[in-house]
Design a protein around this ligand. Structure first.
Ligand code: ZN
Length: 133
């Protein structure tokens, strides 16, 4: 995608589409969402911004049949806890797969997708989801 075509809303919320967290260079632990202070090292920690690879595995999941109103058109869908290969866990929707085929331990990768569409002004929110690797 050309730089100029990135919607303004993406540029304003970089961690929603770049999967940026942080890393403590002192103890090697990764954080998502990013932390400024390492809970292990406190003031001795050197925490820097870190861009995750986007690869991980499904740690656990649930199939959502009755979603919030702005996601009605996507049900049923899979909401999973994904463990990134660097260690942190996050909650995300799993796409591009039949909900019945999702398994614990399944390798996944991050993809950019529409999250929801607000009814009134038609604003579409994008962010990260995960798809089978
Ligand atoms: Zn640390």
């Amino acid at each position: 995608m050309a730089e100029g075509s990135v919607p303004a809303v993406w540029r304003r919320y970089p961690q929603r589409y770049r999967l940026v967290g942080s890393k403590c260079e002192t103890c090697g632990e990764f954080f998502f969402p990013p932390r400024i202070i390492c809970p292990n090292c406190r003031r001795k920690g050197k925490v820097v911004e870190y861009q995750f690879s986007g690869r991980g595995v499904v740690e656990s999941y649930t199939v959502v049949h009755t979603p919030p109103a702005d996601m009605e058109d996507q049900a049923p869908y899979v909401l999973a806890i994904v463990r990134l290969e660097e260690g942190p866990m996050l909650t995300a929707q799993i796409v591009d797969v039949d909900p019945r085929e999702v398994k614990i331990g399944m390798p996944v990768r991050m993809v950019f997708r529409r999250i929801s569409e607000d009814g009134e002004d038609g604003l579409i929110n994008y962010g990260y989801k995960f798809a089978p690797l």
